[in-house]
Every structure is written in C-alpha cells, then in structure tokens.
Design a protein around this ligand. Structure first.
Ligand code: BG6
Length: 500
C-alpha cells in the first residue's frame, strides 16, 4: 500500500494557513513522539500547505541534519505513520536553532532566522510558537518573545500554544495568565489539553447535542450519578522527577478529568463558536461546589501504588498520590444533588477512559421479582479509549420466561462504524486547529482558573498531610478506600466499557 493511501482522515478537510511553527523544547520527547509525527501525518493527508516550516529551538547543539535525523528516529519508533516516501521532502521543512531559553541573543537570532525563512519561502509571517519546555520556563520564554516583538507580526498572525501543566495551583496559574496577557492577547493563546483533541471526547458534544433523545434525560430528574474514570496501566516510568512534584491531581484532574466533566455537564451552547462553547464549559466548572478542608476528607481518596518510591527521582518517603477518587456536586438547576464521581490512577489493571451516566431506577416495578432482586438501572457508557464507542445498557425480557429480565447492550464501536484508521491522533487535530485559528478545543484563561479553583482545596489538604495516602498493588483497580467511598453512598464503580 502506498504511504499516501494508508492515510484516510477526511475529518480534517481544511488546509492550514502557510506558517512557521517554532517549537521550544525541540530536542525533547514531546516533539519526537507527538508533534512532528502529527505534522507528518497532516502532511500525508494533504492538510498542510506547501509553505510550512518547522523551526526547532533548544539548548542542545545540533545541526539541521542531526535534528531531522533524531526526529526521523522518533517517528519510526512512535509515529502513527513511519517516515517513508514523503520523508525526504518533509525533512526539508525542518530546521534548528540552538540557544539558551534565558539568553536574549537566542531571541535576536530567532527573529532574524524567522525573517530569513519568511523571505526565502515567500511566507506571510504567520508564526505558531509551541512551548514544549518544562513549565518553569514558560514565563521566561513568553517575556523574551514579547521583548523582541515576536508576539505580533506585520501582515500575519502570531499565536502561542502552551502545554500543560499551566500553573501549579490557582495562584501560579493566575500569575502565568497575567504574564501571558502582558504580551499576547487571549485570542493568540492556545492552552493545550490533548484530551480535547481526542475524537471520542469531541463526540461527547455530538452525542448530546446532535441527538434529541438523550438530552431531555440528561439532568437531575433522570440521572442518578455520573462517573468519569481515566485509568492507566502504565506507571510513572521515567518521569519520576516531574511526577513526584505533581501527582495525579495536578497531572490528570485539573485538566483532563475536569475537561471531561465540563463537557458532560455543560449546557448547550448557541453555536459551535470557540467562545460560545468555552463560556458554557466555564459556567459548568464554576458551578462545581468547592470543598472545605473537612469535606475534602470525606470526598477524596488518594493512593500510591506499591513500588512508586523506588522510581528514580522520587523523594524518599514521598506521599505524592498516583491515584485519586473524588465525589463532586454541581450547584445548578440541571445537576443539583447528582454526584459526579471522578477517579484516575496509574499502575492499574488496564488502561481505560470512560464516562458512565447511571440513570435512576423506574419509579414502580410491576414485574414479579425474586426476593432481593432489583432492576438494573439504565446506563450510558461513553468509551473514550481504548475500545472507542458508546454503549447503552437496558433491561430485556429473557425469552421463554414469564418475566425474567437481563441487562443487554446496544453498542456503537468506532472501528465497526468508521474503520480503524479514522481516528486521528489528538495532536493532529489540535495543531491543525491552532494553525487555522480555531481555539474551541483549547482552554481559555478563565477555564484554567475555574479548574484550579476546584483542585486547590484538594491539594491543600493532601499537602498538609491531613489525608492518608492509601497503598495499592500495581495491577489492581486502585485502593479499597475508593470502593468504600462509593459504598458509603450505596454505589459502586462501574466498568461500562469492559464487557464487550
Ligand atoms: C498526560 C499525563 O497529560 O496524559 C500523563 O501527563 C498521562 O501522566 C497522559 O499518562 C495520559 O494520556 P492518554 O492520552 O494516554 O490517556
């Protein structure tokens, strides 16, 4: 099969503006694993314009050729598409600039180099900066870009993508927003959360708002509880240093889990416009009831997998949680009284991300049930990954019985309906959207702060040592305390996507 035919991603039809993408942190993992492989896939899919250039910036001393070679190796190892026929022409679009992030000289040379590339390629000065560097350097790079005037261009656009984590808590996120806004208008800023680039995450809105049969039930009158699980089998791996300073609440809850929550809980926006959408998401997050320290003790369970302390760069005796389970409530008309249960952890039995909407039981059961027998409430499970799809569980009569019933599933699987290759990498969609100036799938300044406002009280209680860090075995489903949290409320964690 030719390299071109292998790719089929008509979902992203719009071709991008001619532009230069400047990656800070170009010799790092993200660039090799995600960014450049995504640009390659987009190029294969003919979604990138002829005039597109990638300029890597990092401290390592590399020539353009060495830079391209290291990216090629990364792609061979991690890319959805291996570097084949298209690589020679693609690699001509790559160049490299080495320099310290705190050195004004780097930025002077960068500005010169960008002008030179623009002139050589006849580009219109569209620039997309990507911060794939450690978060402690974000402020420095943003300031320096502003100082040399790279925060705007004459006749083109200048945008900046900022990786997560955006801040360590509400205060630092707010300060970073302020510093960013000193140099870039909010419309130029793209705070990335790769979960929003996932097809299945975008489909939450389609499922809710392109169908009329679900939305009337999507509220406190019919929904008993909502569960959002982002479970990972991998451990912390080689990221001990970063992870030990972050933990699961910063690494997963503040961003991915709360983004999922906002998509499930939000009201229907009037349009698909970035701000209309983000306004509703922020409203949903702002409706989350903030927990007092006492309430945190009742609503949060944190755990750490056995063996975590042996990981390089993890502090001796660290209590950093690799798992957390949390119950939250939203104070608004739609969701009053409906618990949202969130859990995420590493080192678990399987990788699985799902959102389970558990409905209330029928108000009256006319069927003869055995003693202790109950009707299973209906469940909608949105399977974000790995077996992407949606399941609706309902009761059916067992044939040839008087009134016995059993739960059955109505399933939608992406692979069956659309074919395997139809799901693009999250970063492909997000890069494409940033180049096209569509910020709908990026987090706005107020959205980031609304999420930190929810997580801050949890962090404070955890970091004060008031909450015990439960231990759990690697390869289990997490600490028993998380099951007890549910059992106290007469519920259990659901695995809505596992049984088929
Ligand atoms: C990242 C976290 O944002 O998301 C990682 O930093 C985590 O710790 C990853 O493993 C999970 O992403 P995905 O797409 O594999 O679910």
């Amino acid at each position: 099969m030719s390299e071109q035919k292998e790719l089929s991603s008509p979902a992203m039809r719009k071709s991008a503006d001619p532009a230069i993408m400047i990656i800070f942190g170009a010799s790092g993992d993200l660039t090799r694993r995600k960014l450049v492989p995504s640009l390659y896939s987009l190029t294969l899919g003919k979604l990138m314009p002829e005039q597109f250039h990638v300029l890597g910036v990092a401290r390592s001393q590399l020539t353009d050729e060495q830079f391209a070679e290291s990216l090629k190796e990364g792609m061979a190892q991690f890319g959805r598409h291996k570097p084949r026929d298209l690589w020679p022409s693609f690699s001509k679009r790559l160049s490299y600039l080495s320099g310290g992030y705190d050195d004004p000289e780097t930025y002077r040379r960068l500005a010169e180099k960008l002008d030179q590339i623009d002139t050589e390629m006849g580009l219109t000065c569209n620039r997309l900066f990507y911060l794939a560097i450690p978060p402690t350097l974000y402020g420095e790079v943003i300031e320096r870009l502003g100082e040399v005037g790279l925060n705007h261009t004459d006749g083109g656009w200048s945008r900046i993508i900022i990786e997560k984590p955006f801040g360590r808590d509400l205060k630092s996120a707010h300060e970073l927003n302020e510093l960013t806004h000193k140099h870039f208008a909010e419309s130029q800023v793209y705070r990335i959360d790769h979960y929003l680039g996932k097809e299945t995450v975008q489909n939450i809105l389609t499922f809710r708002f392109a169908n009329s049969i679900f939305e009337p039930l999507w509220n406190r009158n019919y929904v008993d509880n909502v569960q959002i699980s982002v479970l990972e089998s991998v451990g912390v791996g080689h990221r001990g240093g970063y992870y030990d300073q972050s933990g699961v609440l910063r690494d997963m809850f503040q961003n991915h889990l709360l983004q999922l929550l906002s998509l499930v809980a939000m009201e229907a926006p009037a349009s698909f416009d970035a701000d209309a959408l983000r306004n509703e998401k922020v409203k949903a997050l702002s409706a989350v009831r903030l927990l007092s320290p006492e309430e945190v003790l009742d609503h949060l369970v944190v755990g750490q997998y056995e063996g975590y302390l042996d990981i390089p760069e993890v502090e001796d005796g660290s209590r950093t949680p690799t798992y957390a389970a949390l119950s939250l409530y939203l104070d608004n008309w739609r969701w009053q009284g409906v618990p949202f249960y969130l859990r995420s952890g590493k080192g678990l039995k399987e990788k699985m991300t799902e959102i389970v909407i558990g409905f209330k039981s029928p108000p009256h059961v006319m069927f003869p049930l055995q003693v202790g027998e109950q009707i299973h409430p209906n469940v909608i499970s949105m399977c974000i990954q790995p077996d992407e799809g949606i399941h609706l569980r309902f009761e059916a009569k067992v044939p040839d019985t008087q009134a016995d019933m059993r739960s059955v599933d109505m399933d939608f699987h992406y692979k069956e309906s659309f074919g395997e290759v139809m799901i693009p990498e999250a970063y492909e969609r997000l890069l494409m959207n940033a180049i096209n100036g569509d910020a709908a799938l990026f987090t706005r300044a107020d959205g980031i702060e609304a999420a930190w406002r929810i997580v801050d009280p949890l962090l404070q209680v955890c970091e004060s040592g008031r909450i015990p860090t439960a231990k759990y075995k690697k390869g289990s489903w997490g600490p028993v305390e998380a099951d007890e949290l549910m059992a106290r409320e007469g519920r259990a964690w659901q695995f809505g996507c596992m049984h088929s």
